[in-house]
Design a protein around this ligand. Structure first.
Ligand code: ITT
Length: 189
């Protein structure tokens, strides 16, 4: 059986695909770059829920979407749900410039997955805490990875292999919760 991940971001897809295979998920994961409706809101949960309900009411099923963002404490949780736009406009160097004279570097990534399976919607969340680095480091991963140092580590996500990031990332946590739920569901049918 097939499960569709509706996303335009190949990195997100590859991260979750690797988790599906390490968790030995039976469902075949397929990336679909379908346009989804994105409302503007400060709450990631509301954003994915709205998009998922819209897709379901348009006849789509057996898919999930994921929305994520970087929340920086000293910037009142900016860029948060606007992460994609902020990355495309000011990028990592812009964030570091905004943080130039700021000592409190704490930040977190949050991921919210909305799964629609057999017509039922379920949400899963994951968070990873860390700090914003002083310089851009590493060329692995994507987006803000080269400026985010997860708590307990001395290197950025941008310096980590995918499997290392997948041990601790926000997306990996949300994805593992979804897999747990799907496994239970599949074993009971
Ligand atoms: P979709 O088509 O799935 O929406 P997207 O890249 O536009 O793909 P989002 O709207 O969820 O995804 O944007 C989240 C942005 O936050 C993303 O583009 C990155 O800039 C940043 N981001 C989220 N998770 C990240 C991660 O694990 N590492 C680095 N940056 C991340």
């Amino acid at each position: 059986m097939r499960l569709f991940f509706i996303t335009s971001n190949i990195h997100k897809f590859l991260e979750i695909k690797e988790i599906f295979s390490s968790e030995k998920m039976d469902l075949k994961l397929t990336m679909t770059n379908l346009r989804k409706i994105e409302i503007q809101d400060e709450d990631l949960v509301k954003i994915v829920k709205f998009a998922t309900e819209h897709l379901l009411s348009n006849g789509y099923d057996n898919f999930f979407i994921e929305d994520s963002g970087l929340f920086i404490r000293a910037l009142n949780n900016f860029p948060g749900p606007f992460s994609s736009y902020v990355y495309k406009t000011i990028g990592n160097s812009g964030i570091l410039r905004l943080m130039q004279d700021i000592d409190d570097r704490s930040a977190y990534f949050k991921s919210v997955i909305a799964l629609c399976y057999n017509g039922k919607i379920k949400m899963f969340e994951g968070i990873v805490n860390g700090t914003i680095s002083r310089e851009i480091k590493g060329n692995k991963g994507f987006g803000f990875d080269p400026i985010f140092i997860p708590r307990g580590y001395s290197k950025t996500f941008g310096e980590m292999e995918r499997f290392e990031k997948n041990k601790i990332s926000h997306r990996a946590k949300a994805a593992r919760e979804m897999i747990k739920y799907l496994k239970q569901l599949l074993s009971s049918t």
